[in-house]
Design a protein around this ligand. Structure first.
Ligand SMILES: NC(=O)c1ccc[n+]([C@@H]2O[C@H](COP(=O)([O-])OP(=O)(O)OC[C@H]3O[C@@H](n4cnc5c(N)ncnc54)[C@H](OP(=O)(O)O)[C@@H]3O)[C@@H](O)[C@H]2O)c1
Length: 283
């Protein structure tokens, strides 16, 4: 992968940010605006200036949301077994309406061959200009509504990852890469596997969090079957619980135990360390 140097922002007309109220999308909107680019934050319930109504399941909202935009930050429909069914007609219409560049938020755990979500990266490559972001697990899972954050509150993070390591990545770094991919004059036309600067086991991460909070937060490793049952018991649909638990099993086997230089190569600054995230965002 080549190195993208800081460069003047390209002449993008306006960017539609799908998931513009979410963890990465909210930061993408802020980053674009800070760079003088007009960003339209897509949400099912617009209530603020700069937001536009967009619902993957309501095709009538798509044309107005994307009209006048030259680029789209694309977050897949959440919890949809066959997301291409919704994304394919949206993309076809968006490209016909003048969108040239599409930046997809994928996942390090999803390749073009993965059933369902993998199909999206093939669709996005049909745009004249594109990038696929494949982040590892977010540092922000340790805050907010994620089961790991609940574990932090409970003092016990339960996973099926064993001693497997994850190079947790900061959502702000993902957004910074997205802003570059959306606005650089030269389209990236590539995949970026995004990680933080070091890989940690959940036990190691828990001990960093514990030291910050000044109270015990430990990690308990369970089997994949036990994690599936726990997630389902917490109200998650059983098939989705099984998918999430299987991802933990991949981590246990070492799938996320690697660090990439992509954040620094694209943004020109080092990826945020987990300890810095904890220091600044966990209290
Ligand atoms: N968490 C991780 O560790 C991790 C790691 C790798 C990849 N990922 C990927 O990251 C993605 C989630 O991104 P995120 O964390 O930035 O988002 P998020 O914080 O989970 O927010 C979801 C966003 O999607 C919007 N949304 C939900 N349903 C919608 C619908 N039917 N139509 C249109 N918009 C809808 C929500 O907007 P409104 O509610 O305002 O409508 C919200 O802005 C997932 O695809 C996941 O696979 C996550």
């Amino acid at each position: 992968m080549s190195c993208w140097r800081p460069s003047p922002v390209a002449t993008v007309a306006e960017v539609l940010v799908i998931g513009g109220t979410g963890t990465t999308g909210g930061r993408v909107v802020a980053g674009l605006r800070a760079n003088g680019v007009t960003a339209r934050a897509a949400t099912r319930k617009p209530g603020e200036p700069g937001q536009v109504r967009f619902d993957w399941t309501d095709r009538a909202t798509h044309a107005d949301a994307v009209r006048g935009c030259s680029a789209v930050y694309l977050l897949a429909p959440v919890g949809e077994a066959d997301p291409a069914r919704l994304v394919e007609p949206f993309l076809r219409d968006a490209l016909a309406a003048g969108v040239r560049r599409v930046v997809l938020l994928g996942s390090s755990a999803v390749t073009a061959e993965t059933p369902g979500l993998g199909g999206l990266s093939r669709l996005v490559r049909a745009a004249p200009e594109w990038a696929v972001l494949r982040p590892s697990w977010f540092m922000q899972n340790f805050t907010g509504a994620h089961p790991v954050a609940q574990g932090v509150r409970d003092g016990e993070i339960v996973t099926a990852t064993g001693d497997g390591r994850v190079a947790f990545v900061d959502a702000g770094d993902i957004a910074a890469v997205a802003v570059r991919a959306l606005t650089d004059p030269e389209p990236h036309n590539t995949e970026h596997v995004l990680t933080g600067p070091s890989a940690l086991s959940y036990a190691e991460a828990a001990s960093v969090v514990s030291a910050r909070l000044g109270r015990p937060v430990r990690h308990r490793a369970v089997s994949t079957a036990e994690l599936t049952a726990r997630l389902a018991a917490s109200g998650m649909p059983a098939d989705f619980a099984a998918v999430l638990a299987a991802l933990d099993e991949d981590i246990r086997r070492g799938a996320e135990d690697r660090v990439t230089p992509a954040v620094e190569q694209v943004t020109g600054r080092p990826a945020r360390a987990f300890a810095t995230f904890v220091e600044e965002e966990i209290r």
